[in-house]
Write a protein that binds this ligand. Structure first.
Ligand SMILES: NC(=O)c1ccc[n+]([C@@H]2O[C@H](COP(=O)([O-])OP(=O)(O)OC[C@H]3O[C@@H](n4cnc5c(N)ncnc54)[C@H](O)[C@@H]3O)[C@@H](O)[C@H]2O)c1
Length: 255
């Protein structure tokens, strides 16, 4: 393929979970600007993202769904298929963090289950149900949004860390299992980003200063700085790449 066209998504349909705000919104817009039709999915109504995607001229539809509920994921897959025929690109971005930073000896099972349920089980359910369609449809590309927290441990955030480590090994396992179906499965691992998810951390000068001290680039990342990695993995630019994790982390993991 010509170098200039490596990143084009013309003729492709992409579904982004957690598209209502933050990184998901940024990813959805970038995919639309690169030519994809968009399925905007979130537990909340992604209407702001839909307005912005509409302005790019891309085709889109919005589906409200809780990714922890398999019936809702199945219905979402059916709705997407009936509107666009096939989802070629699945971006599993919806997620929650563990901002209570409770000492683990006091962490409730409810909080553990919620975080694992959304970040890991939700990602599995979307991979499973859209993967099934990709198998019969001749292939696709899945990009899972993991985290540096899935590679290094995080004190007082074991559920988040374990959920993202799970996402990374889910990514690798599916890459091995589905390569024969021409489905590539990869992940992006951001470190801290300037999104609504980290609002509380950024609101405290002391906490923010403590966190950026550990990052070689001395700042949180911007959602727009994750787009290159996502576009690479979603598009034909990465045609021979599967089962990999790209860290976009201000140098955090190089230490
Ligand atoms: N912000 C960071 O510092 C950071 C760092 C590393 C990784 N990440 C990961 O990036 C992804 C996006 O994070 P963000 O910062 O944009 O967060 P965010 O809180 O701004 O957005 C997350 C979105 O996911 C949606 N969502 C939550 N639960 C859902 C469910 N059950 N079903 C469907 N949608 C659901 C929310 O409604 C929201 O729109 C997450 O997977 C997160 O773990 C974020």
């Amino acid at each position: 393929m010509e170098a200039a066209k490596l990143f084009t998504l013309k003729g492709k349909t992409a579904l982004v979970t957690g598209a209502a705000q933050g990184l998901g919104r940024e990813i959805a817009l970038a995919l639309a600007k690169n030519g994809a039709a968009l399925v905007l999915s979130d537990i909340d109504n992604p209407e702001d993202t839909a307005k912005a995607v509409e302005e790019t001229g891309a085709r889109w539809m919005a589906v409200q769904a809780d990714i922890t509920d398999e019936d809702q994921v199945k219905t979402m897959a059916e709705k997407a298929a009936s509107e666009f025929g096939k989802v070629d690109i699945l971006i599993n971005n919806a997620g929650v963090s563990q901002l209570s930073y409770t000492a683990t000896e006091d962490l409730s099972k409810t909080e553990w289950d919620t975080i694992i349920g959304i970040n890991l089980t939700g990602t599995f359910l979307c991979c499973k149900n859209f993967g099934k369609e990709m198998i019969t449809g001749g292939g696709g590309s899945i990009v899972n949004i993991a985290s540096t927290a899935g590679i290094t441990g995080v004190p007082r955030a074991p559920a988040y860390s374990a959920s993202k480590a799970g996402v990374i090994l889910l990514t690798k396992s599916l890459a091995l299992e589905w390569a024969k179906y021409h489905i590539r499965v990869n992940a992006v691992a951001p470190h801290y980003l300037e999104t609504p998810l980290t609002e509380e951390l950024r609101a405290s000068e002391k906490i923010y200063a403590g966190l950026v001290k550990q990052i070689p680039m001395r700042r949180f990342g911007k959602p727009s700085e994750m787009i290159g990695a996502v576009l690479y993995l979603a598009s034909q630019a990465s045609a021979y790449t599967t089962g990999t994790v790209i860290a976009a982390d201000g140098g955090y993991l190089a230490q």
